[in-house]
Design a protein around this ligand. Structure first.
Ligand SMILES: [Zn+2]
Length: 524
């Protein structure tokens, strides 16, 4: 690409390119019109400087490609920032969760809806779900919904029960005395209290700022139609400074297909990605579909969300309509169902089908995934539930705990690996640290492998590896400045600070600015 002089030169630190065969570090990079135009020795790159060139002096800091979060729910993260949803994920016990809910109640008028999210009983000494009676006790005057961290289960109080229309088609998903709702029934109930378009836009705007502060420059968001509209509004108003690949749920197949849209449609910052299916639930909620019963519930194999022939039919239709396919699979029985449907639909390596979470594949399933060119889209964050005394060991027993989230085995098998956070919590450094220090051998990655999964891996899963995911000449200049070198601190990654974030060569985040602005956000 011919150009007069560079617009931006970055130098004076360690620049890891993460390119295949050339990890780096290199000394300097130059940017012109949003793209990297030179990379290498500082003396050579500096020759591209002119009077208009801006220079970033790293002063020994580290540069990495911007992170690509391949599985995220940005609206949920944003709704916590704007106060629409109260985050109670920090509660370390049932008593603390109730205390945090009581505080949320104080901040509301009687009668107002309260939505809380993020409780995780597996970390609590009480080791049990919140109940309707407890929520009645903390919120006698307000309808209250408290969604578990995995989003597959929620508890509601009596006021909420009186106001919501709870579908009764799936009685096994609704325990009325306990106020417990699961899966589709929980989802349908939550639809009745979800945010409107303006609230969604506000949440996404806040979420985009948060993404920048965490070093995320691209994400693959799992979205509903309202969220697609909100993204599009932000894009039109010039507020979408994040590369977003939209992954709508399968329900939109018919309208999108009729309009002739398929994966890849869109603009530079907003493209249509895969259609998302659910094959099962989660291990925490004991509805991940297993072939051998739960260790702590010997009667239960979990549950597939759809009959096999329905999954087959939908996958085939989506594939024929030109959509990339992403299927949520946790248990080995769900992986089996998804593989069966993908094989029957003749999905091959060029189609880059994705299996989300992919927590309990058998060796035979790994081989089939490799053969079909399927991408494993995994969340190293989930490793926090693995290891001695963890939720996975309790639910599945020690033997299966050693087999779960086998990121190393996935790479060794030659399966493309993309990392995401699933918002639990949002932020790549947290998951990367877990991947580097995982409890079991089959899970543990080197820092280069883990970083590539959070950059190039996501780029490949989004058909963007020609433009994103590593720092190379002609690729987009999406990069972050870190306070230290991850190679020097593999067990202290979460102590590193994201100092600045650049998208297409434009600085979208500077740490000190953000902290000043973030304090201006007051909950509710
Ligand atoms: Zn998810």
């Amino acid at each position: 690409m011919p150009f007069p002089t560079a617009e931006l030169i970055v130098t004076g630190g360690h620049i890891y390119t993460l390119a295949e065969g050339n990890l780096g570090p290199v000394e300097a990079l130059a940017v012109y019109r949003g793209h990297i135009v030179a990379l290498g020795r500082a003396t050579e790159v500096r020759r591209l400087a002119g009077p208009q060139t801006r220079t970033v002096e790293l002063q020994g800091r580290t540069v990495l490609p911007g992170f690509i979060d391949a599985h995220m729910h940005l609206t949920s993260a944003g709704l916590r920032l704007t106060g629409f949803v109260r985050d109670i994920s920090s509660a370390g016990s049932l008593a603390q969760a109730l205390e945090q809910l009581r505080e949320a109640v104080k901040a509301h008028q009687p009668g107002e809806w309260i939505r809380a999210r993020g409780w995780d009983e597996s970390h609590w000494p009480e080791k049990r779900y919140l109940t309707r009676a407890e929520l009645d006790w903390v919120a006698p005057q307000n309808p209250l919904i408290a969604v578990r961290i995995d989003g597959h289960l929620m508890t509601i109080n009596s006021r909420a029960l009186a106001r919501l229309t709870i579908p009764r088609q799936r009685p096994e998903e609704f325990d009325e005395p306990a106020g417990l709702l699961r899966e589709r029934t929980a989802w349908l109930a939550y639809q009745q209290v979800k945010p409107d378009l303006a609230q969604t836009e506000q949440a996404l705007a806040a979420g985009i700022g948060l993404a920048h502060s965490l070093g995320v420059t691209s994400l693959h968001d799992v979205v509903n139609p309202l969220q697609i509209k909100a993204y599009e509004q932000l894009r039109r108003r010039g507020l979408l400074q994040l590369r977003v690949r939209l992954n709508p749920e399968i329900e939109v197949l018919e309208p999108l297909g009729e309009l002739g849209f398929s994966s890849g449609f869109g603009f530079e910052y907003l493209t249509l990605g895969a259609l998302k299916f659910f094959a099962d639930g989660s291990i925490g909620a004991r509805n991940a579909a297993l072939s051998v019963p739960y260790a702590d519930a010997p009667q239960s194999l979990g549950k597939l969300n759809r009959p096999q022939d329905e999954l087959n039919r939908l996958v085939k239709r989506a594939h024929e309509a030109g959509f990339q396919i992403m299927i949520h699979v946790i248990g080995d029985r769900a992986i089996e169902a998804a593989l069966g449907a993908l094989e029957r639909a003749d999905v091959g390596p060029g189609d880059r089908a994705r299996l989300e979470h992919f927590e309990l594949p058998s060796p035979e399933q790994l081989a089939r995934v490799r053969r079909l060119g399927i991408i494993a889209s995994m969340q190293p964050n989930f490793l926090r539930w693995s290891g001695a005394g963890g939720l996975y060991q309790e639910r599945l027993g020690a033997e299966r705990d050693e087999q779960i989230d086998p990121q190393r085995a996935v790479l060794e098998c030659g399966i493309p690996l993309a990392f995401g956070s699933d918002g639990m919590p949002f932020g790549p450094l947290y998951g990367l640290q877990l991947a580097l220090n995982a409890p079991h051998e089959r899970q543990r990655l080197s820092w280069e492998e883990a970083l590539r999964a959070y950059t190039l891996g996501g780029a490949y899963a989004g058909y963007a590896e020609e433009e994103l995911g590593s720092l190379e000449v002609d690729k987009l200049a999406d990069f972050i400045v870190l306070s230290g070198d991850p190679a020097q601190a593999p067990d202290r990654l979460t102590e590193l600070e994201i100092e600045a974030t650049y998208i297409g060569g434009e600085r979208v985040y500077l740490r000190d600015d953000y902290h000043a602005a973030a304090h201006a956000i007051t909950p509710e």
